[in-house]
Design a protein around this ligand. Structure first.
Ligand code: B3K
Ligand code: ZN
Length: 875
């Protein structure tokens, strides 16, 4: 019955598109029919592709419900069963086929228009090639299908097309046959022996250049590797991705015991892509952004991004493909776990402490605001209207933190026993988050009953600490309280299990004691420690062991002590971030005397600049001020412009007072030659930061210094850090450098994206006018998601411009969302959250943001994607 109910709900959605139907997790029921075997034939063309699908049907259980196939934007030309035509009718997002028989082979004929497909879901044309994106529900845009992840099928795919237009024909699995066909055509047949859900299906056809390599697995099996791009020039930029792929394959064997399971692993880079990449079985499709990287065109962050995303998609081969998700509510089962795996891999390949800080910075920038706003949802949501809206920082990054906490509670050896059990037990299945938790519980020997609340409760737990000292008994008592604010649909919350790595630091010597993992699992709890002669300083949530916010009584001296002595890099970073955040907020409130004094802060920065034991990347991490958005989030009523001004003033102060120190380190770093080592990357980071402080401090030669670095740079990191600093200056060299950059890289889409972003992110007084002009630049287009993100992601990420009192920032974003929604709803909807926090601003700003949302909601024919985000944001 539940199966039928789902069909009814979809019907509501079709009849009332302004009120998309809500799908509930509690309504899950297995499909009425499975399709264990699929044979697809494609007659390829950019403007028209003919698809013939032979589906082997299997009724699931004893029922007489008709076969219902999900469908979107395509209808069958005809349907045959054993040579006889069958009748069918369309009913709310599905076609209902009469007379389908279990065991029979159903043949469906469809025609699709790839070059008309602007949604970039299903089969589409990009740069004269054909490619697919099927997660989550794109396969139904190619043929009608049981398009849900609990329907696993073995696929055989035959492709045929023009030899000149499509010399390369790829699909999942391995090539079993290829040859010439009629006229100028040729064909290829691919077979994937591993049963998979339709969202992992992929096809690519085009004129592509391969960078080939090979890998031998732990059991000695050879794997042919290839990375396909559109040109020789791009192919020369795939070396870093190839290295990352081989490193990932080895790492998954060594760390998780997971071996690759096909003789081929192909990656294709495409320029028009909604997300970062896609883990299709044996045929990953990537946004060019996460494949192409070389010294001249990619900065160090890009190199790290390539390494991390290549690893992420590769790791999905086990966490996602061999064990997949039962339904889309379980998305974090594969995404949270895989993000945790890619984070661990990158930590092993680079500096682990720096990687941890970066990951926390991303979590706080993207996920904490989500958890505190109208779109808050648990990592395993209870309902959705459009699943594409749930590829969120919560499902991915908070999901990873929750896996990390389980790993922390279990310890490395036991956690591995848990994951081994999970992979062994559920190999070849569509599993649930609950299956994962049970496997970790049983494999690692943990009781995770209460811990499961992390899967169901949304919001970021708030922890308050109180440390007291009893001199008579030499006892220190730490009292912790936790609370969790209501989130949409969840008013009452229960206490979570929160593992907090903690230590006590002697207030004089800085010596550490009582290092432990305290598990907070009640609303309030006290922990006592003995053997003290004086009150120590608390170091808590070391390594960011739990995704929570810790509030301790303000004590600048104690925080400064941690900055000097804490041996946990994250805790040290955190102490300085707190000092700086409090300082900026105190300035905004006109109460600077309550925060750390200028002289103390300068002394602290000076000591860190001079500390020879620090690796440069960590030094840069420590000396970088908290972002404007992070500081603003701490305010009851957010004041973006005031925070911007106070933060800029602090940058100026630190830039001026420590000018000699910045200049000295700048010179030292400038002599480090280019390499992709951690040390050289750290040096470039520190160099860019020192330059930014010199500029903020108003150095006389600031513009020239930037220009000289820009002109002399032999790598993109230096070129970009110089240009970024210069872009904020009102100086003729700014225009000169921006034009030189544009001329040099015209035609290289990924670098021109940087050119757009840098201008839109600047603190130049005319930034708004620059963005307005860039919208009309001949290189700007709404049809490429990277370009849209480059300009509008930067606008939304530049608080002083986005929140300009004129409301122009909101208006520009709104215009774009409305225009883009008509062609690419998935990407359009991802720009709603910046407007959705209207309740946190003053009445005027909040009113402007709300009006912007209302304007979007009023659009006729607004997509399901954008409607869901707007309706929820309006509350
Ligand atoms: N699994 C893909 C997500 C694609 C979603 C498109 N709506 C990327 C990843 O997480 O690996
Ligand atoms: Zn993923």
């Amino acid at each position: 019955m539940a199966d039928i109910r789902q069909q009814d709900m979809t019907a509501d959605a079709a009849t009332n598109p302004q009120q998309p139907a809500v799908i509930y997790r509690k309504d899950y029921a297995p499909p009425g029919w499975y399709i264990p075997k699929v044979a697809l034939e494609f007659m390829l063309g950019l403007s028209e592709t003919k698809v013939t699908a032979h589906l082997t049907l299997q009724r699931n259980g004893d029922h007489d419900r008709p076969l219902a196939l999900d469908v979107d934007n395509v209808l069958p030309d005809s349907i045959m069963q054993n040579g006889q035509p069958l009748t069918w009718r369309e009913e709310g997002g599905q076609i209902i086929v009469d007379g389908a028989a279990s065991g029979a082979v159903l043949t469906i004929y469809c025609t699709v228009q790839p070059d008309q497909n602007t949604t970039l879901m299903g089969l589409y044309a990009s740069n004269a090639m054909l490619c697919t994106q099927c997660e989550a529900e794109g396969f139904r845009r190619i043929i009608p299908f049981v398009d849900r992840p609990d329907n696993l099928s073995v696929y055989t795919v035959r492709m045929q097309g023009d030899k000149a237009a499509f010399p390369v024909l790829l699909s999942n699995g391995e090539l079993t046959e290829s040859g010439d066909a009629d006229g100028d055509q040729h064909y290829a047949v691919w077979h994937d022996p591993w049963p998979k859900p339709s969202y992992l299906f992929a096809l690519v056809a085009g004129d592509l250049v391969a960078n080939r390599d090979s890998f031998t697995t732990m059991s000695g099996k050879p794997v042919d590797l290839a990375i396909y791009t559109r040109s020789e020039e791009d192919s020369a930029r795939t070396g870093h991705a190839m290295k990352a792929l081989k490193d990932s394959m080895r790492w998954d064997e060594q760390v998780y015991g997971r071996e690759y399971d096909l003789g081929v692993f192909n990656i294709v880079a495409v320029s028009d892509f909604n997300m970062g990449a896609m883990e299709n079985k044996g045929l990953n499709v990537f946004n060019t952004r996460y494949i192409l990287a070389d010294q001249d065109t990619a900065n160090d962050g890009d190199f790290d991004g390539v390494e991390g995303v290549v690893a992420h998609e590769y790791f999905h081969n086990w966490s996602g493909n061999r064990v997949t998700c039962r339904d889309w509510f379980q998305l974090s089962l594969k995404e949270g776990f895989t993000v945790f795996r890619d984070q661990s891999f990158s930590a092993d390949m680079n500096s682990a402490p720096v990687k941890r800080i970066e990951d926390v910075r991303i979590l706080r920038a993207a996920q904490f605001p989500e958890d505190a706003g109208p779109l808050a949802h648990p990592i395993r949501p209870d309902s959705y209207m459009e699943i594409s809206n749930f590829y969120t920082a919560t499902v991915y990054n908070k999901g990873a933190e929750i896996i990390r906490m389980m790993a922390t509670l279990a310890g490395p050896d036991n956690f591995r026993k848990g994951t081994d059990l999970y992979f062994d037990r559920h190999d070849g299945e569509a599993a649930t988050c609950e299956d994962f938790v049970v496997a970790i519980e049983q494999g690692a020997g943990l009781d995770l009953s209460q811990f499961r609340l992390w899967y169901s409760q949304a919001g970021t737990p708030q922890i308050t600490t109180n440390l007291s000292f009893d001199a008579d008994s030499g006892t220190v008592t730490l009292t912790l309280k936790q609370s969790l604010a209501p989130t949409p649909g969840q008013t009452e919350k229960k206490p979570m299990v929160i593992p907090l790595k903690t230590a006590l630091i002697d207030a004089d010597s800085g010596t550490k004691s009582h290092e432990d993992i305290l598990v907070l699992d009640q609303a309030e709890q006290s922990f006592t420690f003995t053997g003290f002669t004086a009150k120590p300083v608390l170091s808590i949530n070391r390594g960011f062991s739990a995704p929570v916010t810790v509030h301790s009584p303000s004590d600048p001296a104690a925080l400064a002590h941690l900055v000097r002595h804490d041996d946990d890099s994250f805790a040290r970073y955190e102490a300085l971030q707190k000092l700086l955040t409090e300082r900026i907020l105190a300035d905004v409130a006109g109460a600077s005397d309550t925060a750390i004094a200028d002289a103390d802060l300068v002394a602290l920065f000076g000591a860190l600049l001079a500390d020879e034991r620090l690796e440069e990347a960590m030094r840069a991490e420590l000396l970088t001020l908290p972002s404007e958005n992070f500081v603003t989030e701490q305010q009851a009523v957010m004041q973006p412009l005031k925070v911007h001004a106070a933060r800029q003033a602090l940058r100026t102060l630190l830039g001026q007072t420590l000018a000699d120190g910045w200049r000295a380190i700048y010179k030292r770093m400038a002599s480090v030659p280019f390499a992709l080592s951690g040390a050289a990357k750290g040096a470039r980071r520190m160099k860019g930061l020192a330059l930014a402080y010199l500029v903020a401090g108003g150095a006389d030669d600031a513009a020239q210094l930037c220009y000289d670095q820009f002109a002399a740079a032999d790598n993109m990191t230096d070129r970009q850090s110089a240009l970024m600093s210069l872009a904020s200056l009102d100086d003729p060299l700014r225009e000169k450098a921006l034009s030189a950059f544009y001329d040099r890289y015209q035609g290289n889409a990924l670098v021109i994206d940087k050119w757009f972003s840098m201008q839109a992110l600047s603190t130049h007084p005319d930034c708004m006018a620059h963005i307005t002009a860039l919208r009309g630049h001949p290189d700007f287009t709404l049809s490429n998601p990277n370009r849209v993100r480059a300009l509008y992601g930067a606008l939304a990420g530049n608080p002083a411009v986005f929140h300009d009192p004129s409301g122009q920032g909101y208006a520009m974003l709104t215009d774009m969302i409305i225009a883009l929604d008509a062609t690419n709803p998935q990407t359009a909807a991802r720009f709603i959250p910046p407007l959705g926090r209207w309740q946190r601003y003053d009445d005027k700003r909040g009113g402007q943001m709300r009006a912007a949302l209302e304007r979007i909601r009023a659009v006729d024919g607004l997509s399901k994607d954008t409607t869901e985000q707007v309706v929820k944001s309006l509350g």
